[in-house]
Design a binder for this molecule. Structure first.
Ligand code: P6P
Length: 337
């Protein structure tokens, strides 16, 4: 019995549950095909001449890796012609990307981090692509898209997903009724269902944070981590393990698979920045996926998907994963602990 493919899953969702419109199904198919191409480029490594950095910096002031730019181009070119999008936004581009006039425009907005965790590229550690789909405002057909059209809270997302380029290449996707995991069958070139209805365990003993930033955290966050480190000798009454891959997609995928809590909280290094991670194309899509799998996602206190964005590349503190552990952090940080 052959396994179900992404296409079959999407057609079933469209036909049976009316859970997805034809335009959105096409969009997901196009993005997933682009992720296959990115996976192929990433897997070549040094053999493909794609490692290393460029002299350029992106809007975040980060040195761009060759694969960052390549992945961005793959996603732009794959999605421009389809007629399903009104515009795109990327971590790698300062302003929004308009659909060229030679192509029809659609009703959806695509946002993405084309290659997240790119500091891991040159050391052969898992990296990934994160994407989010919003519906453009109703009047979009009569005008050009603007940056403001993208500034919608995460609760408005229609689709969210990530591809993780690791020992396996996997696609994890939500269209708003649970989370499905697909593994790339390189022989067939198909995304094949391997993880139906992914769920995040409600409790965990594993936390994920960059401990080198500890002295910069707000006191309640420091106290929470100190209590985790105290294990059974402290108030938590259990010993914790720690993981930090420094690739959000890989850390989140581990949590989607076995539970855990991922934190990149506010720190005092740059008080103007509420966190390192970006709201629109990292925190929001990951929060949608985590919540759809029964987890929880906050900025340490407030639900991430309730945040009204004010800037395309704004940053946010992120605490997400096993809901009872995220709720515990909220107790610490909201001062009720
Ligand atoms: P640090 C990768 O650059 C990234 O945006 C996320 O994927 C990852 O979780 C985080 O930054 C790692 O940050 O400060 O530990 O290098």
């Amino acid at each position: 019995m052959s396994r179900k493919t992404l296409t079959q899953y999407l057609v079933e969702q469209q036909r049976n549950n009316n859970a997805i419109e034809a335009e959105v199904r096409l969009l997901v198919e196009v993005v997933s095909r682009a992720c296959k191409a990115i996976s192929h480029a990433v897997s070549k490594g040094a053999l493909g001449g794609v490692l290393g950095s460029l002299e350029s910096e992106n809007v975040q002031g980060e040195v761009q890796k060759k694969l960052d730019v390549m992945s961005n181009e793959i996603l732009l070119e794959a999605n421009e012609w389809g007629g399903h999008l009104a515009g795109m936004a990327s971590e790698e581009m300062e302003t929004i990307h308009h659909i060229p006039n030679r192509y029809p425009k659609g009703e959806y907005l695509l946002l993405f981090d084309p290659l997240d965790g790119s500091s891991n590229i040159d050391v052969n550690v898992s990296i990934g692509t994160i994407f989010s789909v919003l519906k453009a405002p109703a009047d979009i057909s009569g005008r050009e898209v603007t940056e403001e059209d993208f500034l919608q809270p995460g609760s408005q997302q229609v689709v969210a997903g990530y591809a993780v380029y690791g020992p396996q290449t996997m696609l994890v996707l939500t269209i708003g009724n649970g989370v499905m995991g697909f593994t790339l069958d390189r022989e067939l070139g198909s995304w094949v269902v391997t993880h139906e209805n992914m769920r995040v365990p409600e409790d965990t003993k594993e936390f994920s944070i960059n401990m080198s930033n500890m002295r910069h955290w707000a006191p309640p966050m420091r106290q929470y981590i100190e209590d985790c480190l105290a294990g059974t000798t402290g108030p938590m009454g259990k010993d914790y393990n720690m993981r930090w891959i420094a690739s959000m997609v890989a850390d989140v995928h581990r949590i989607m698979t076995r539970g855990g809590i991922f934190m990149y909280p506010w720190d005092s290094r740059d008080p103007k920045k509420p966190g390192k991670l970006r709201l629109m194309y990292e925190a929001n899509p990951m929060s949608f996926i985590i919540e759809q799998a029964g987890g929880m996602a906050t900025d340490s206190v407030n639900r991430i998907m309730d945040i009204q964005p004010t800037e395309l590349h704004q940053r946010v503190g992120v605490v997400l994963g096993s809901k009872n552990e995220v709720a515990r952090v909220k107790d610490y940080c909201a001062g009720s602990k």
